[in-house]
Design a protein around this ligand. Sequence first.
Ligand SMILES: [Zn+2]
Length: 206
Amino acid sequence: MAFTLLYSDEQNSEPVVSTTQHQLFQSKYMVDVPIEFVLDQFNHTDLKQYFLRYNEAFDQLTNALSANDEDLISDVEPMILYGLLHKRYVQSDAGLSKMHKLVLNKTFGTCLRQGCDDCLLAPISVSDKPGIAPFCVYCCKCNCVYQFYGENEVDGSFFGTDLAHLLFLKYPNTEEKLKSQKDIDEEMVYCGKQLFGFEIAWDKMK
Ligand SMILES: [Zn+2]
């Protein structure tokens, strides 16, 4: 399975190649994944299926991380590998803590919807597969997912579909307005139903 990170251009519907993937290490929307985490093969479980040349991608990624030089990466697959490991890292306590700071610093902005009172937005993906779509942002007050227009485009799978839920479970103060969902449009895309594939009973979490 090859990866060509093509996303639809909203203006002309023509697929465009994302040229901003080579900014992962410095992306303000991502946290640094420690090289120890990257080297731990346990964190690579089930990832090989996504790559044509997994070993080469792993070698190139670890070389670039060791030298702290992203220019040593000449292929998209090491980038994808780093991104998928980033998704797993931000699900750990250490990674989630770093991501929480980004959310509190309004890195992903605040909800502009009337009544949301600048509620903090958290990153979320509509898919866990790479190459489907860039990441979106989620507002826990209006319970809506919005497209994100940032400085550079990052694949949604590098955050995952569970990240916003995890943030709110780990740091409940972040979603203090979660209960005020009276005006939810049932037809809208929203998250909050599942975590790691299991149904969530939010009322029992409180
Ligand atoms: Zn909102």
